[in-house]
Design a protein around this ligand. Structure first.
Ligand code: UGA
Length: 434
């Protein structure tokens, strides 16, 4: 089957490479010439474990191609995926659909024969209808269907999530398009992955409802963590205690500094906007957004408190800047709130992140960037773990203690044991644990 991906961002690149690995012939199209030039040289513009080998293998096998020229790729395709960005529109939080609509127009002008146009970008309810209208208007004679097929992969675990998803969601009323989508996902179908066929609008909403629910689940456990701190309970044990109830589930119950990234913050805002505009506001999501953004400030205060209420002139070492490990993505990372707040209180910040520093240098001011974790915490007044990279999980604690000016560790990801840290003589502060 011939597949064309419009957009080589996270979702486009990973999905394109994985579809090629399923055996389809995939062409990834992007307007960004430098990005395509890098991809043609075998360079991957994002950090995602395993993606470089997957791309290399499939290029070598003649199944994966990159181009800036959409003409041939679209005219020959059985399925064209729209996988362009849908950033928050400035001001009102609504998803900016201009890239999606531009892609629809481009596809309409170039498609040839029956083509399934699939929106993989996260798009608000009704976008598929608009894409269909644009194509019909541009090419009244076109033979096509528009399908919604949201993507649920996580950064840092993207390939595994794509190839072993909990489910695939396909939104269309067209039997012909369903057959094509079934064929496209055949390897997963054979693996008994549930494939949910539904209406297009329902499929579009499934994506937002899923992300909204997960954001709410994290925010719930974060608030329970705050309560644990007040009443002397342990949030990790509470999470385990409730998570073993299958109706709740254990995943996404890790308390921390608040969710960030390119999806939850943007998608909760867009869901809020759609719900308000439709006259059915979702108060739980509105509260989630408010509580999560206040939390990032709260975390900075936690660090100040751990240092005796005053950080003026003190050096705070920050380990981890990205919104989660195994990515170089800094979008809406809690560090972007925590670091400036500490600086505003008079602290000097020194930071280290295994993959995020190139990006962080553009986003954070007056931070001294270190070459490794120990270099980062040398002579600092406190060390704060903001992102749980594996390499921070097993630091040599004696060396940490000897390097710090004062033995204060603020662990916003609960990766160390309070008892062990106390035994080593640290002043140790974590999230929701006594
Ligand atoms: C998220 C969803 O998990 C994916 O299913 C979805 O496809 C994706 O958004 C998207 O819409 O494209 P992602 O943003 O890559 O994926 O990362 P997550 O692993 O979900 O983490 C998001 C944030 O929540 C991170 O800041 C993370 O640290 C935080 N988090 C996650 C917690 O604080 N606690 C948890 O238990 C889990």
């Amino acid at each position: 089957m011939r597949v064309t991906m419009i957009g080589t961002g996270y979702v486009g690149l990973v999905s394109g490479a994985c579809f090629a690995d399923f055996g389809h012939i995939v062409t990834c199209v992007d307007k960004d010439e430098s990005k395509i030039a890098r991809l043609l040289k075998g360079e991957i513009p994002i950090f995602e474990p395993g993606l470089d080998e997957l791309v290399k293998d499939n290029v070598e096998q003649g199944r994966l191609f990159f181009t800036t020229d959409p003409a041939k790729a679209i005219s020959e395709a059985d399925a064209v995926f729209i996988a362009v960005g849908t950033p928050s529109r400035r001001g009102d939080g609504h998803a900016d659909l201009s890239y999606v609509y531009a892609a629809a127009e481009e596809i309409a002008g170039l498609m040839n024969g029956y083509t399934v146009v699939v929106t993989k970008s996260t798009v608000p309810v009704g976008t598929g209808d608009e894409v269909e209208a644009i194509i019909k208007k541009t090419r009244p004679d076109a033979d096509f269907d528009v399908v919604s097929n949201p993507e649920f992969l996580r950064e840092g675990a993207a390939i595994n999530d794509f190839k072993r998803p909990d489910r695939v969601v396909v939104g269309t009323d067209s039997e012909r398009a369903r057959d094509l989508m079934r064929e496209l996902y055949r390897p997963l179908f054979l693996n008994e992955t549930p494939i949910i066929f539904t209406a297009r609008r329902t499929s579009e909403l499934i994506k937002y409802a899923g992300n909204g629910f997960l954001a709410m689940k994290i925010t719930f456990i974060n608030e329970i963590a705050d309560l644990c701190e007040q009443v002397g309970a342990n949030v990790q044990e509470v999470a385990k205690g409730i998570g073993l109830d299958n109706r709740i589930g254990r995943k996404f119950l890790n308390a921390g500094p608040g969710y960030g990234g390119s999806c939850f913050p943007k998608d909760t805002l867009a869901l809020m906007k759609t719900a308000r505009d439709s006259g059915a506001p979702i108060e739980l999501i509105e509260t989630t957004v408010r509580v999560n953004s206040a939390r990032k400030q709260k975390m900075a205060q936690k660090i100040v408190d751990a240092l005796g209420g005053n950080v003026k002139g003190k050096t705070v070492a920050v380990l981890g800047l990205t919104f989660k490990p195994n990515t170089d993505d800094m979008r809406d990372a809690p560090a972007l709130d925590i670091v400036p707040t500490l600086q505003a209180e008079g602290a000097h910040v020194r930071a280290f992140d295994p993959e995020g520093m190139t990006e962080a240098k553009h986003m954070l001011k007056d931070v001294a960037f270190a070459s490794g974790p120990y270099d980062c915490l040398q002579d600092a007044d406190a060390v704060v773990i903001v992102t749980e990279w594996d390499q921070f999980r097993a630091l040599d604690l004696d060396r940490v203690k000897a390097s710090l000016k004062s033995p204060v560790v603020v662990d916003l990801r609960n990766i160390y044991s309070p008892a062990e840290m106390a035994a080593k003589g640290f002043t140790y502060v974590s999230v929701g644990r006594p």
